[in-house]
Design a binder for this molecule. Structure first.
Ligand SMILES: [Zn+2]
Length: 245
């Protein structure tokens, strides 16, 4: 895996962000966020040749504001557990003609994000940020995204995951409620245990009302929220409790 070319660096910002809804506490405990940059790229990430131009100028401001706001929701110490050093915001990421909303490079500790048009995809863009954050957390803390017997056992008897995220790229697969199957927040969550965890966390962060209402009548999903809370508390004290599940 090698970085072949980095064409243009428009700007890079290292900032200290705070929790917007609790200014007093945030002032006492600033939450550091990774470096955020926007640029074109032509690289190889985890075997995927990845291409992108710089994000459209009209998308940058709103997208950066959204990104920083969502990252500022993490409690002190939580972002450090992701071992994320840089976020690169680009135009649409493509690999072999397939578009990606995001791609994480675990080895380089870089997250590449497509600057989506928030006028049309605000909710989805926010879910993507937290979905990818969970993959980074999972990789950094367990080193194994492919297997998780304890999580898999939370599903209803007889369920088997699909063939991974790459097997389900159609529009709407990540929409909350698109699964119609007990235990899953979206159809995309059924493709693999890694995607199930990332989808459950991402939608809980953004579609909280739906997820909690669904969990009240879906024992498998309720079990997953409980395990999620327990695991996050294990990484950073109080993180899981902040989920309010
Ligand atoms: Zn994913």
């Amino acid at each position: 895996m090698a970085i072949a070319a980095i064409v243009v660096v428009l700007f890079a910002v290292r900032a200290t962000r705070t929790v917007p809804h609790d200014a007093a506490r945030a002032a006492a405990r600033p939450v550091p966020v990774p470096e955020i940059a926007t640029r074109s790229l032509s690289i190889v990430v985890r075997g995927h040749p990845l291409e992108s131009g710089p994000p459209p100028s009209e998308f940058i401001g709103p997208y950066m504001d959204m990104l920083r706001w969502e990252l500022a929701r993490y409690p002190a110490g939580a972002l450090g557990t992701l071992q994320l050093q840089q976020i690169v915001v680009c135009d649409k990421l493509t690999s072999g003609g397939v578009s990606f909303d995001a791609m994480a490079d675990w080895d380089a500790h870089i997250l590449y994000l497509t600057a989506l048009d928030l006028a049309h995809e605000d909710n989805h863009a926010r879910v993507v940020v937290h979905h990818e954050a969970f993959h980074l957390l999972d990789q950094a803390q367990t080193g194994n995204l492919a297997d998780d017997a304890a999580w898999t056992a939370l599903n209803e008897a007889g369920f088997n995951y699909g063939s991974g995220g790459d097997s389900m790229r159609q529009l709407g697969a990540g929409d909350v409620g698109s699964s119609g199957r007990a235990g899953f927040v979206s159809a995309y969550a059924t493709t693999g245990v890694d995607e199930d965890k990332a989808e459950t966390y991402g939608h809980l962060m953004i579609d909280r009302t739906w997820v909690l209402r669904q969990a009240a009548r879906d024992p498998a999903l309720a079990r997953k929220l409980g395990v999620l809370k327990q695991r996050l508390n294990g990484y950073v004290r109080g993180w899981g409790d902040k989920l309010g599940v």
